[in-house]
Design a protein around this ligand. Structure first.
Ligand code: CA
Length: 228
């Protein structure tokens, strides 16, 4: 629940699979892309929390991917460079990569860097990485242990999936979560044809908790914002 999502971009399948396996073992939800254009499309659809990005890619290279991602929506990037190439490195940092690893690297080192980068981002964002038992956003109170929800002191009765969807949105208030990402994380589907399912559950949450709680960002997804 409210798992961190990492997009791994690497055309060498064995490396991509090892990185993905290690990050999954560390508790991350992992998506893969094997070329530049797919990487940009996946990042735009899923809004990952972090991108592990190889420099040498078919389509267009990792530097171009990084440039496009940062222009679209800033995201922490851990760059993988094939060699000790200072030019790649300097350009990488210039286009918005936050850290880099030179191949070959150990999976242990990769995991350590990913955690460190996310911790740094959390600190910057002023949010903690742990999952609190209770979430309060404005007049919305969520008790995760008892799976109870109250708004302005009035209890709402949610279905299990509505509850999980609400927790997802409330864990990152004022953050736009794409429908594809909600579908993947709440329902466990990666098929974008199910996004209407998300819409209908959002409708139910609005009916039960008030129409002003969840903002629609057209063409993207939803954000939970309790009016002050
Ligand atoms: Ca490569």
């Amino acid at each position: 629940m409210s798992q961190r999502r990492v997009l791994v971009v690497e055309d060498e399948r064995t490396i991509a699979e090892s990185v993905a396996a290690r990050l999954r073992a560390e508790g991350f939800a992992v998506d893969l892309a094997h070329d530049g254009p797919t990487a940009v499309a996946r990042a735009q659809a899923l809004h990952p929390d972090l991108v592990v990005l190889d420099v040498m890619l078919p389509g267009f290279d990792g530097l171009e991917v990084c440039r496009r991602l940062q222009a679209d929506r800033p995201v922490p990037v851990l760059m993988l460079t094939a060699r000790d190439d200072e030019t790649d490195l300097l350009v990488g940092l210039a286009v918005g990569a936050d850290d880099y690893l030179t191949k070959p690297f150990s999976m242990r080192e990769l995991a350590a860097r990913v955690h460190a980068l996310l911790r740094r981002m959390d600190k910057l964002a002023g949010t903690a990485n742990h999952q609190p038992a209770a979430i309060t956003v404005g007049d919305l109170e969520i008790n995760r242990a008892e799976r109870r929800v109250r708004r302005a002191g009035v209890e709402a009765h949610l279905t299990p999936i509505e509850f999980d969807l609400l927790v997802h949105l409330a864990s990152r208030p004022r953050t736009v979560l794409p429908r594809e990402r909600l579908l993947a994380e709440v329902w466990g589907w990666s098929d974008a044809s199910g996004t209407r399912t998300v819409d209908s559950h959002i409708k139910a949450l609005r009916r039960k908790l008030g129409p002003d709680l969840i903002r629609t960002v057209h063409g993207v997804g939803y954000a939970l914002e309790v009016p002050a």
